[in-house]
Design a protein around this ligand. Structure first.
Ligand SMILES: Nc1ncnc2c1ncn2[C@@H]1O[C@H](COP(=O)(O)OP(=O)(O)OP(=O)(O)O)[C@@H](O)[C@H]1O
Ligand SMILES: Cc1ncc(CO)c(N)n1
Length: 525
C-alpha cells in the first residue's frame, strides 16, 4: 500500500512512457503473449469476475493482470454482499499497473457504481490501451444486481473509450434505453444501433434466447457491406453451468484480439472454445448452483463420458460398414444362406470360448470388486451362450468347430492384450464386442418393430439380439471403460484407443467372414 502511494503518475519512468506512446502511435502490435489487464470484481468461487478472467486470459495464451473494482461475497448460487474499496485505492491499483507495464489489452467487467466508472474512465483517457473490451456487467447469472441503476448513465459515458462491448440482451437494451429484444433479429438491429451511436464494435450475445442455438454476432456499423456482421451459431449446450460465461468470453476476446489483431477471427476462436468449456463444465463439480465453465478443457484430456463418446465418434465408419454388409442385410431380410449362418454361429461359439478367458483376465485385473464381479459374470455368460449355441443351433448342422482365420486373429489380439496390456487397454479391447453387438441388435430390432415376421428363418435369433439385459450390460461396460480411461496417462489412453479401434475392425471382419470363408463358398466357389 505504501509502495503504491509512492508510485504516482509522476514517477513513470521516461523509458516506459515513451515505449507506451510509441506502441500507441504505431497502432496495435500483435503480441505472442499479450499483457492483458482485467478490471473487474471478484468471485471467491473462481467462476466469474477477475478469477474467471485470469483463467480465460491464460487459456488463450495471454499474461493476465488484475485490478479489483469490488470484492464480492458470492458463490455459484448467488451474491451475498459487495465491498467497494475507496475510489483512490482503485486509482492507485490502475496506476501501479500502467506505470510499470505496457498493457496490450484491457477487459472491463463489474464496475458497481458511478464513482468507479468515473475512475476507470479517467484512467482509460490517460493510458488509451490499444484494445479495450467492456463487458457491461449489470446483473449476475443468479439475477443479483452488480451495477447500481443510477450508474447506467455513467456506463454509457464509457462507451466512446471502448473498442468492443459485449452486452447480453437485457444489457443491450439498457445501453440503448430500449425494450429488451424479443428475438435474434431485434437483437441484431439493437446491436447495429449501439455500434452506430458510439462508434464501436458490439458483440451481441444470444445466450438468453430460447432455441436450439446460442447465437453470437460481431456487429460493426462502420464497416463496409458484407464486413459489418459476423454471425456465429453454436448448438445450445444443455447445462446449468453458465456462471461467468460473459466474463470469460470478454476476457478471451481481449486476449485473442491482442494476439491476432483480427476481431472476427477472435470471435471464431473464442466461441469454439467457449462451447467446449460449457460442454465439459460438468467435469468440474464446483458448487450447487450455476457452476463455472471449464476454462482449460482444451489442455486436459477428456475424461469420463467424453472418452467413450470420442471412441464412438471415431468408429462411426466401422458401424456403417457393418450395417451395410450382405451378411447383416440378408440376415435381417431372412434371405441369408444357411451355410453362411451356420459358419457364423460355429465361429461365434469358438470366439465366445476365447472371449470368456479374456474377460476372466479383466476380472483378475479389475481395481474394484464391482468391476471384478461384472467381468466374472460376463465370462460366465459367454460360456453359457456357447453351450446353448452347441445345444440348439449347431447340433446336427455338421459345421466345423475349428478356428476360422478371422476368429483366430481376433482372439489372438484380445489374448495378447490380456497377457501384456494394462487393465484400461484390455477393457477397451473387449468393449466393441458388447457395444457393437448391442448397436447391431438395436438397429435390427428397429428394422423389425413388433418383432420379426412369423416364419422368418432367423426370427428366434433376431429376438435374442434385441435383449435389453445385454444392452444394459453394454452400458455398464462402457462406463467401466470411461473410469479406466480417467485413471490412465495420455499415452495409456492412446493405447486404449488403438485396442478399441482394432477390435472394432475385427468385429466388422467377423460379420463378413462367412461370405469369405463359409464351407459352401470355399468348396463350391
Ligand atoms: N447454454 C449455452 N450453450 C452454448 N453457448 C452458451 C450457452 N449459454 C450461453 N452461451 C454463450 O455464452 C456467452 C455468454 O452469453 P450470455 O448471453 O449468457 O451472456 P451473459 O448473460 O453476459 O453471461 P453471464 O451468464 O456470465 O452473465 C455467449 O457467447 C453465448 O452464446
Ligand atoms: C464479479 C462478478 N462479475 C461479473 C459477474 C457476472 O457473471 C459476477 N457474477 N461477478
Amino acid at each position: 500500500m505504501q509502495q503504491a502511494q509512492q508510485l504516482g503518475p509522476e514517477t513513470v519512468s521516461p523509458d516506459r512512457a515513451g515505449e507506451q506512446a510509441a506502441e500507441r502511435a504505431a497502432g496495435s502490435v500483435a503480441r505472442a503473449v499479450p499483457r492483458v489487464l482485467s478490471i473487474a470484481g471478484t468471485d471467491p468461487t473462481g467462476g466469474a469476475g477477475i478469477q474467471a478472467d485470469l483463467k480465460s486470459i491464460a487459456a488463450h495464451g495471454g499474461y493476465g493482470m488484475a485490478v479489483v473494482t469490488a470484492l464480492v461475497a458470492q458463490n455459484t448460487c448467488g451474491v451475498r454482499s459487495v465491498h467497494t474499496p475507496p475510489a483512490d485505492f482503485l486509482r492507485e491499483q490502475l496506476q501501479a499497473v500502467s506505470d510499470d507495464v505496457v498493457i496490450d489489452a484491457v477487459k472491463i467487467g463489474m464496475l458497481g457504481d458511478a464513482v468507479v466508472v468515473q475512475v476507470v474512465k479517467e484512467w482509460l483517457e490517460q493510458v488509451r490501451p490499444p484494445v479495450v473490451v467492456l463487458d457491461p456487467v449489470m446483473v449476475a447469472t443468479s439475477n443479483d444486481r452488480l451495477l447500481r441503476p443510477e450508474a447506467e448513465d455513467a456506463l454509457r459515458g464509457l462507451l466512446p473509450l471502448v473498442h468492443l462491448v459485449t452486452p447480453n440482451l437485457p444489457e443491450l437494451a439498457v445501453l440503448l434505453d430500449a425494450p429488451v429484444a424479443a428475438d435474434w433479429a431485434q437483437a441484431l438491429a439493437q446491436g447495429r444501433e449501439l455500434s452506430r451511436r458510439y462508434g464501436l464494435k458490439v458483440l451481441v450475445k444470444g445466450g438468453h434466447l430460447q432455441g436450439a442455438d446460442s447465437p453470437d454476432a460481431l456487429v460493426d456499423a462502420a464497416a463496409g457491406p458484407g464486413q459489418d456482421l459476423l454471425e456465429l451459431f453454436s448448438h445450445r449446450v444443455d447445462t446449468a453451468n453458465t456462471h461467468g460465461t460473459g466474463c470469460s468470453l470478454s476476457a478471451a476476446m481481449a486476449t485473442v484480439q491482442a494476439r491476432t489483431l483480427d476481431w472476427p477471427e477472435s470471435l471464431r476462436r473464442v466461441k469454439h472454445w467457449l462451447t467446449g468449456a460449457l460442454e465439459r463444465s460438468d467435469e468440474l463439480e464446483v458448487g450447487r448452483g450455476h457452476g463455472p465453465i471449464h476454462h482449460f478443457h482444451h489442455l486436459q484430456p477428456a475424461s469420463g463420458q467424453a472418452f467413450s463418446s470420442r471412441l464412438w465418434g471415431l468408429t462411426a465408419g466401422v458401424r456403417e460398414a457393418i450395417m451395410a454388409l450382405p451378411f447383416i442385410q440378408e440376415l435381417s431380410a431372412g434371405t441369408l444362406d444357411e451355410d453362411d449362418f451356420g459358419y457364423y454361429l460355429a465361429q461365434d461359439a469358438r470366439y465366445l470360448n476365447g472371449y470368456s478367458r479374456v474377460l476372466a483376465r479383466a476380472s483378475a485385473l479389475a481395481p474394484t470388486e464391482a468391476e471384478q464381479l461384472f467381468w466374472a459374470k460376463g465370462a460366465h455368460q459367454c460360456l453359457e451362450v456357447e453351450a446353448e449355441l452347441h445345444r440348439s443351433w449347431l447340433s446336427g448342422r455338421g459345421v466345423s468347430g475349428e478356428f476360422g482365420p478371422v476368429t483366430k486373429q481376433y482372439v489372438d489380439h484380445l489374448q495378447a492384450i490380456a497377457g501384456g496390456g494394462s487393465y484400461g487397454e484390455l477393457v477397451a479391447a473387449v468393449i466393441p464386442c458388447y457395444w457393437l453387438y448391442a448397436h447391431v441388435g438395436e438397429q435390427l430390432s428397429a428394422q423389425h418393430s413388433g418383432g420379426p415376421a412369423d416364419g422368418h428363418p432367423y426370427g428366434a435369433w433376431l429376438r435374442t439380439y434385441a435383449d435389453e439385459a445385454f444392452a444394459e450390460a453394454s452400458r455398464q461396460a462402457v462406463a467401466i471403460m470411461d473410469a479406466a480411461a480417467a485413471a490412465e496417462s495420455e499415452a495409456g489412453r492412446l493405447r486404449m484407443r488403438t485396442a478399441f479401434e482394432q477390435s472394432c475392425r475385427y468385429e466388422l471382419d467377423f460379420f463378413d467372414a462367412p461370405r469369405v470363408y463359409a464351407r459352401s463358398r470355399v468348396q463350391g466357389g
